[in-house]
Design a protein around this ligand. Structure first.
Ligand code: GAR
Length: 203
């Protein structure tokens, strides 16, 4: 790997995690460059965040009736053209098939707002909050993991952090705590990967 680590970030919505990564790059905390942002939704606020940071941003909504593997192959071509070292799924709310994943083995990272093995899919924070109300859990968390296959929000864990749930929490206060934690965990994980790559270069 020569030069700063190249990141392609895939998003579907707000992009607050993308923003945390952009800010860390800008501040020189993270030796990486976001070389492209792609959204499956036209209206993703994160596209605007990318443009504001002068990062190429592309909306790639699936066309009507497009087979999932066809979409994933087209997405993979767009991503490959950006020559990424890592592809970061930061609020990418679409399952990727092997038509995408097999192009980038061990290079796709997902962020999920729950601990490994818990609350996969959408609405993980709501699910944890409801489980807390039922007395089933006392905490939730955040994880960053590799995406080897089509399993949803599962794969070798790179980092995780526990987020306590307080009796006084509303869904909004819990969401805020989870989001703060995930911004930190995602950036921290990427800093670790950049340092590892730097170490390999020097070795
Ligand atoms: C984040 O909480 C992320 O962990 C979650 O979507 C949110 C996106 O927020 N991802 C998943 O639930 C993946 N299953 P953001 O657009 O503000 O970064």
């Amino acid at each position: 790997m020569s030069g700063p680590m190249r990141l392609v970030v895939l998003i579907s919505g707000n992009g607050s995690n993308l923003q945390a990564v952009l800010d860390a790059c800008h501040a020189g905390q993270l030796a990486a460059e976001v070389v492209g942002v792609i959204s499956n939704r036209l209206d993703a606020i994160g596209l605007e965040r990318a443009r504001r940071a002068s990062v190429p941003a592309l909306a790639l909504p699936p066309t009507k009736g497009q087979p999932r593997r066809g979409y994933d192959a087209a997405l993979a071509s767009q991503v490959a053209a950006l020559s990424p070292d890592w592809i970061v799924l930061a609020g990418w709310m679409r399952v990727l098939t092997t038509a995408f994943l097999d192009r980038f083995p061990n290079r796709v990272i997902n962020l999920h707002p729950a601990l490994p093995g818990t609350f996969p899919g959408t609405g993980a924070i709501e699910q944890a909050y409801a489980a807390f109300q039922r007395g089933e859990v006392t905490e939730t968390g955040v994880m960053v993991h590799l995406v080897p296959d089509e399993a949803v929000d599962a794969g070798p864990v790179l980092a995780q952090a526990v987020v306590p749930i307080e009796a006084a929490d509303t869904l909004a206060t819990l969401e805020a705590r989870v989001h703060t934690t995930e911004h930190r965990l995602l950036v921290g994980t990427l800093i670790g990967l950049a340092r590892q790559a730097e170490g390999e270069k020097l070795a």
